[in-house]
Design a protein around this ligand. Structure first.
Ligand SMILES: Nc1nc(=O)c2c([nH]1)NC[C@@H]1CN(c3ccc(C(=O)N[C@@H](CCC(=O)O)C(=O)O)cc3)C=[N+]21
Length: 282
């Protein structure tokens, strides 16, 4: 039986309706959640993601501002803008779109963002709190994946979750969230020997590698739940890390690309900004 398609697009739409209600309640109390997105340069992929974020904010009734800089901006100039935004009481969330041009240290910029406005969840303070299970802004893609699993009734307790990829923004944090949900977690990466023998043990397989269609049916146990975090632009269009056509024949559930994890990432960014506005209000 072919897999159930987990529609991130649909689940994101459901959550956005809930968020829209929350924003209208806050507005009655004169709280206007506001997100500032800083975009440096004109990378087409970044343009497309940032547009998605601004559109989502509008849809929910939240304020958003896009600040653009040429890719020649200096690190000092960008840091000083971040500082201004940190001090601006009307701003609840600050997101500096990555990647940044090479003259700028991404780490320094991330660390400059006030932790209480770090709606990306990339600041070391946010990461540290997440690791210890304290309340914090969860980084948006891992948070979105957890929501997808929850709202699709995928149970995690005692299950073997295998994560392929160990990036700071997806692989590492999703591994810890799965662990907190009582899964048994294995992390694989580019140096893993005999990847397929490990991924084939997964009840829940998270593909976050960034290589088009590298996860094939030979990597997947029949009946597994497969979450595809890949966003790879190829001549054939946007494809995930999973060979969807063949894996969907044997998985029990699978996320598509596009329309899977991506819309959830953006939705969690909105949720974090609203949460920040609530905390700020007291
Ligand atoms: N500071 C920062 N925070 C981020 O969260 C961040 C970032 N930098 N840099 C780049 C990555 C990537 N990312 C995506 C967001 C939405 C989709 C998304 O909505 N994808 C649509 C397709 C969009 C399209 O067609 O381009 C989908 O999968 O259906 C994808 C990828 C956020 N990132």
């Amino acid at each position: 039986m072919p897999a159930k398609i987990i529609s991130g697009k649909q689940i994101a739409a459901d959550i956005r309706l809930e968020l829209k209600d929350e924003v209208s309640e806050l507005r009655k109390n004169d709280i206007f959640p506001k997100l500032v997105v800083v975009l440096v340069g004109n990378n087409p992929a970044s343009e497309s993601y940032v547009k998605g974020k601004i559109r989502a904010a509008e849809e929910i009734g939240m304020e958003s501002v896009l600040i653009r800089y040429a890719d020649t901006i200096s690190e000092d100039e960008l840091l000083s803008k971040v500082n201004d935004l940190n001090k601006d009481e009307s701003v609840h969330g600050i997101l500096v779109q990555l990647p940044l041009p090479k003259q700028i240290s991404e780490q320094r910029v991330i660390e400059a963002i006030a932790a209480e406005k770090d709606v990306d969840g990339f600041h070391p303070e946010s990461v540290g709190r997440m690791v210890t299970g304290l309340e914090t802004f969860l980084s948006c893609t891992p948070a979105g994946i957890m929501q997808l699993l929850k709202r699709s009734d995928v149970s995690l307790q005692g299950k073997h979750a295998v994560v392929v990829g160990r990036s700071n923004i997806v692989g590492k944090p999703i591994s810890l969230l799965l662990l907190q949900a009582d899964a048994t977690v294995t992390i694989c990466h580019s140096k893993t020997v005999d990847l397929a023998s490990i991924t084939k043990q997964a009840d829940v397989l998270i593909a976050a590698v960034g290589r088009a269609e590298m996860i094939t049916k030979d990597h997947v146990k029949p009946g597994a739940v497969v979450i595809d975090v890949g966003v790879n632009r190829t001549d054939a269009g946007l494809v995930g890390d999973v060979k969807f056509d063949e894996v969907s024949e044997i998985a029990s559930a699978i996320t598509p690309v596009p329309g899977g994890v991506g819309p959830m990432t953006i939705t969690m960014l909105m949720a974090n900004t609203i949460e920040s506005a609530k905390r700020h209000a007291g």
